[in-house]
Write a protein that binds this ligand. Sequence first.
Ligand code: AMP
Length: 186
Amino acid sequence: MILVFLGPPGVGKGTQAKLLSEKKKIAHISTGDMLRAAIVAGADLGKRVKAVMDSGQLVSDDLIIELIDHRVMEADCANGYILDGFPRTIAQAEALERLLKKLNKKLTAVLYFDLLEQELLNRLAGRREQEARADDNLEVQKERLRVYKNNTESLIDFYRKKEKLKTIEAVGTVEEVLEKVQAVLK
Ligand code: AMP
């Protein structure tokens, strides 16, 4: 099973990806987590991406694609994986298509987590209080939402045209949304 979790920042797709990956015993690949880990480790990669991440912009397609190309080759991906936060641009989606073709694999589905903008803003406010992430102050969150609309939202149509898209209304408790996720995958 190879899944893409798509949706705006703050919609809760990371939480859902984590829970579903545990239930299905497949890997959870969060490009954001990978980049943050590289920053914490003081790795070269981390040094290259920190300023861009802190500003809410996207890091370069080439860098992210290389990261994914390597990551999906790791042993824990053999049963499948959930891509959380990738792809974020059409160029990344096309690179993913090439990668899967090369590996003779097919994308199972793209789950699009949909939520009203006001609800999204409420959740982002909650996250600011709880997590104190350097890239989660109000201005950066607004920027990330703008970047999402400009770069990532077009992937909804991209995958709808390929008949891969399944929409999840991301309202309700974490458990309720997880039920919906499992229902669309049946
Ligand atoms: P996330 O945790 O998914 O919200 O990602 C945090 C930050 O990492 C983003 O704001 C980007 O700067 C960077 N990032 C994560 N995934 C990608 C991606 N697929 N393409 C470009 N930048 C990314």
